[in-house]
Ligand binder design. Structure first.
Ligand code: GAR
Length: 217
C-alpha cells in the first residue's frame, strides 16, 4: 500500500466524528492515518477516545493564551511536528483566524451539520426546524476564512420529519456525518479531489445516488 495521508484532528467535545475517522482508519485499505489530536478543551471526550485508541493527543486550552494568534501558533507547531498533511476540524468550536486558515490553505477541512451554504453558524437544527425546512443534512468542505464557507467535498441530504425536535434531527444528521467525513477524507487521500476556485470536482469514479424527496406522497 502507498504512503498514508497523515491527519491532524482538531476538536472541542465528544468527538463522534473523530471516532468515525478512527474506525475508518482501522481498515488497512483506508488511505489515511491519524497522527495527532488537538483539543482546546482539557476535558473533551474526544481526548479520551484518542487515548483509548492509542492516538497521540494534546490539550491546548485557548484560555491559557493571551490572544488567538499565540493559541493557533501553538496548534500549528504541534500539527507540523506531527507531520500532519490534512487537518480535520471535528466539532472544533473556536473561530480560526485568517492567518491560520491561509497557512493550512486546502489542507484543512470541516464538517458542518447543514446543507451549506444554507444555515451557516450555530443552532443549525433549531433554525432548520423553525424555518419548516423539509430536507437538511451535512457538509464536508475545505475551510476558508469566512465561517462555514469553502469548496464543498461531500454532502448528505437528510429528511426533516414532522415529528422531529432538535435532538432527533441532530441524531439523524450525525449518523450521516459519520459516513460523509470518512468518505471525504478517503477521496482527498486517494488524490481524487480537484479544487478549481470554489468548486471541487473528482477525478475518480463518480457514483450518483437517487434523488431525495420529502414528502414523497
Ligand atoms: C457535529 O455535529 C459537527 O457537524 C458540528 O459539531 C458536532 C460535533 O460532534 N460542527 C459544527 O457545528 C461546526 N460548525 P462530535 O464532537 O460528536 O463530532
Amino acid at each position: 500500500m502507498t504512503k498514508k495521508l497523515k491527519l491532524g484532528i482538531m476538536l472541542s467535545g465528544r468527538g463522534t466524528n473523530f471516532q468515525a475517522l478512527i474506525d475508518a482508519c482501522k481498515n488497512p485499505d483506508f488511505p489515511a492515518e491519524i497522527s495527532l489530536v488537538v483539543s482546546n478543551q482539557m476535558s473533551a471526550e474526544g481526548l479520551t477516545r484518542a487515548r483509548e485508541a492509542n492516538i497521540p493527543c494534546i490539550a491546548i486550552p485557548h484560555i491559557e493564551f493571551s490572544n488567538r494568534e499565540l493559541f493557533e501558533n501553538e496548534i500549528s507547531a504541534k500539527l507540523k511536528d506531527a507531520k500532519v498533511e490534512l487537518v480535520c476540524l471535528a466539532g472544533f468550536m473556536r473561530i480560526l483566524t485568517t492567518e491560520f486558515v491561509k497557512e493550512w490553505h486546502n489542507k484543512i477541512i470541516n464538517i458542518h451539520p447543514s446543507l451549506l451554504p444554507a444555515f451557516r453558524g450555530l443552532d443549525t437544527h433549531q433554525r432548520v426546524l423553525s424555518e419548516g425546512v423539509k430536507i437538511s443534512g451535512c457538509t464536508v468542505h475545505y475551510v476558508r476564512a469566512e465561517v462555514d464557507t469553502g469548496p464543498i467535498i461531500v454532502q448528505a441530504a437528510v429528511p426533516v420529519l414532522p415529528t422531529d425536535n432538535e435532538e432527533t434531527l441532530s441524531e439523524r444528521i450525525l449518523f450521516a456525518e459519520h459516513k460523509c467525513y470518512p468518505l471525504a477524507v478517503k477521496l482527498i487521500a486517494s488524490g481524487d479531489v480537484i479544487i478549481e476556485g470554489d468548486v471541487v470536482t473528482f477525478s475518480g469514479k463518480y457514483n450518483c445516488p437517487d434523488n431525495l424527496m420529502n414528502p414523497t406522497n
